[in-house]
Design a protein around this ligand. Structure first.
Ligand code: SF4
Ligand code: SF4
Length: 478
């Protein structure tokens, strides 16, 4: 049931609930940015290069500049920030769609209520079957996804799914972290999700531009801009301190969206002490029942790469997530521009993993542009010099919310990310790889272990990798 709307309250930042996105302010910033001079922009880039992030005016100036030399420097600095803070590690995950029943009419989504197709909700046995397939691919971190329909897909059903997933134990371990991407809900329901042990609660604002938001959300509870916008406030009140934001690039002016994301992030920081744990950067792509030509703000590849890079400069310590919406070539570019988490081997359809095994096709939420299997993507990442990581350690060690963010902002998160990446890659290679893959992974792991800065952790990692390879022990993390 919908939570009662209470009178607006002021937060620490002095803004009212739902009022922290000020359209005139953002438009004013973008207008003013047209006058930013060369010297000023050079100073903003120097600041970003020193991992100091960027304020609104500085972000606007970089977004508005069309000078090739600025773009080159933005991409160069984004790559350097990425390497310095995240090293060459890429955290892997997969989506799990459990229900495509939806009462909303989002113009960009094939699950929208105006689209007629045979909808379904997985039974708990089917959930277990999908998870078994995902585990056979080596995944340890899932993002549970569902449309909004309280009747067909209640919070109790979602809780049952989470319980079923965490309850599965396989020869090679288990799913260790379930992130959840379901519709904006009540504080009480967020409390239930917290108690069920979810990792991050993910919700995309889709667009921070309210007139566009109203246009693309003509019906259903999601059409309430403020209800959707304040979902993370309710999630935080419900005890969920890792929240992941995002917009669907292509709905409104992407520069407006980046500034909207920043204002939202700052609102959460001011009010709860922690901003976004992650930012996702989905880009509008074709879906059944929609005409891509209806969207006048589509973002081309070059503009998208710049947007990802500017976000990397603006919030250097926030993880950035990319899905299989992007094709292989684009994913490669965006990894260099700042992406730190990738999905692999994904299906965006309810029951899609089992169907894929049976070579059947249904109605995916959107069309995937990278259909290669997880092992192929992971091998290719290694060939490109990355370390695929299956780490879920922070959540399991209670490093969430401000505990996580203070470690991330100290620049020392790599002290735990690197050993965890190496130990989980070692596990993955032993459990899922063939001999060639194992050799490739072993070479990377042996080469990287000496780079672990803390001597005690370095020795422990070396010992644990030996145990993973030799005696088949699993699930080490720091
Ligand atoms: Fe429903 Fe989400 Fe699709 Fe909107 S985006 S129609 S809420 S599943
Ligand atoms: Fe993510 Fe924490 Fe693992 Fe690093 S150590 S990869 S931040 S879960």
């Amino acid at each position: 049931m919908r939570e009662k709307k209470t009178p607006e309250k002021k937060d620490k930042a002095g803004t009212s609930d739902g009022m922290f996105i000020d359209r005139a302010y953002i438009e004013g910033l973008l207008e003013e940015a047209k006058g930013a001079d060369e010297r000023a922009i050079g100073g903003y880039l120097d600041k970003a290069e020193n991992f100091q992030g960027l304020n609104h005016r500085e972000i606007a100036a970089l977004l508005v500049s069309e000078r090739p030399e600025h773009l080159r420097r933005i991409l160069d600095i984004a790559g350097r920030i990425k390497r310095h803070i995240y090293g060459n590690r890429i955290v892997m995950f997969a989506p799990l769609y459990v229900s495509d029943y939806c009462v909303n009419r989002c113009a960009y989504c094939s699950f929208n209520s105006g689209h007629a197709f045979g909808r379904r909700r997985l039974t708990l046995d089917e959930v277990r079957e999908e998870v078994t397939i995902l585990e056979m691919m080596g995944h340890k971190r899932l993002a549970l996804e569902a449309g909004e329909n309280d009747h067909e897909c209640s919070i109790e059903y979602i809780l049952d799914c989470i319980k079923a997933i965490y309850g599965l134990k396989f020869e090679n371990g288990a799913i260790r972290r379930v992130n959840v991407n379901i519709a904006a809900t009540t504080t009480e329901n967020y409390q239930k999700l917290k108690e069920a042990g979810i990792g991050t609660y993910i919700l995309f604002q889709e667009t921070y531009h309210e007139p566009t938001y109203s246009r693309v959300h003509p019906a259903g509870p999601k059409k309430d801009f403020a209800w959707h916008l304040n979902a993370f406030d309710r999630a935080q009140k419900g005890g969920i301190d890792d929240v992941g934001g995002g917009v669907l690039f292509g709905l409104a002016d992407p520069r407006f969206e980046v500034l909207g994301l920043m204002l939202h992030n700052e609102h959460l920081e001011a009010k709860f002490g922690t901003g976004f744990h992650t930012i996702s950067v989905p880009r509008l792509c074709p879906a059944q029942g929609m005409n891509i030509g209806d969207f006048p703000n589509l973002v081309d590849d070059a503009a998208f790469e710049k947007i990802v890079a500017v976000i990397r400069l603006a919030v250097p310590f926030t993880g950035m997530i990319l899905s299989t919406r992007e094709n292989r070539a684009m994913r490669k570019k965006l990894l260099q521009a700042g992406i730190s988490q990738l999905s692999a081997g994904s299906s965006t359809e309810v029951g899609g993993y089992a169907k894929r095994e049976q070579r059947a096709r249904g109605n995916p939420q959107f069309l995937v542009n990278d259909e290669r299997n997880a092992m192929t993507i992971i091998s290719e990442l290694m060939e490109d010099g990355y370390i695929p990581s299956f780490c879920t350690a922070c959540y399991r060690n209670g490093r969430t919310g401000d505990r996580f963010m203070s470690l991330a902002k100290s620049g020392k998160i790599g002290n735990v990310c690197l050993p965890n990446a190496l130990m989980t890659l070692s596990e993955y290679s032993m459990d899922y790889g063939d001999e060639i893959f194992r050799e490739k992974a072993a070479a990377i792991i042996d080469q990287e272990i000496p780079h672990i800065a803390d001597e005690r952790i370095r020795r422990r990692t070396l010992e644990n990798v030996k145990r993973i390879r030799g005696s088949g022990e699993r699930d080490f993390f720091v």
